[in-house]
Unconditional design. Structure first.
Length: 195
């Protein structure tokens, strides 16, 4: 089973992911992974994040390359062994974030749909996605607005994209209020994954 943790920057995905890794109720052979990865593909993604002038379309394909390698090297092999895979960010992050980045493009009518179409022939959709829901202003505050993807205005567009993704596949998504106290958030995420 492939479970993904999604949400705006500052929503607590990584904190929850790290707690799950040390939770003895999670299967011992579970695979914990994340995007961007710690490969050279992920390094290229990180360089583009740090570059305010990175071309948005080129950036999309860096993320896409990282996702393809992640699937090939980590996700698909673990799933073929019937292991639980828990990923801190996955394809929905790319759809929501790169869809927002490409929104300024004059050549794409619907950037979110375009990004999904690029991935459709080869990606492996999650079985369940836990969406840590947080308003854009709080997300920007928590994340520190340290890069171009962490401003409240940008995150508002990202959140709208996540809502579109949830509306398109409501059975897959479990919404968790990320404004609750951290223990409550964790227990709700844990229940959504292990139930």
């Amino acid at each position: 089973m492939l479970v993904t943790l999604e949400g705006l920057d500052g929503s607590g995905k990584t904190t929850v992911w790290e707690r799950l890794r040390s939770d003895d109720t999670v299967p011992d052979d579970a695979v914990f992974t994340r995007e961007p990865t710690d490969t050279w593909y992920g390094d290229a993604v990180q360089r583009s994040i740090d570059d305010d002038d990175a071309d948005s379309l080129a950036e999309l394909f860096l993320y896409t390359a990282d996702h393809a390698a992640h699937l090939s090297n980590t996700v698909r092999p673990a799933l073929s062994e019937d292991r639980l895979v828990v990923s801190d960010r996955y394809s929905d992050s790319r759809y929501a974030y790169q869809g927002a980045t490409l929104a300024a493009s004059e050549t794409l009518d619907d950037p979110l749909s375009y990004v999904r179409e690029v991935h459709a022939p080869w990606t492996r959709p999650p079985d369940r996605t836990v969406y840590l829901d947080l308003d854009p202003e709080t997300a920007a505050q928590r994340s520190g607005a340290t890069n171009k993807f962490e401003t409240a205005d940008y995150l508002a567009t990202v959140r709208d994209n996540y809502e579109r993704l949830i509306d398109a596949d409501p059975e897959r998504f479990v919404r968790v209020d990320a404004t609750a106290d951290p223990d409550t958030v964790y227990e709700r995420v844990r229940a959504a994954i292990l139930d």
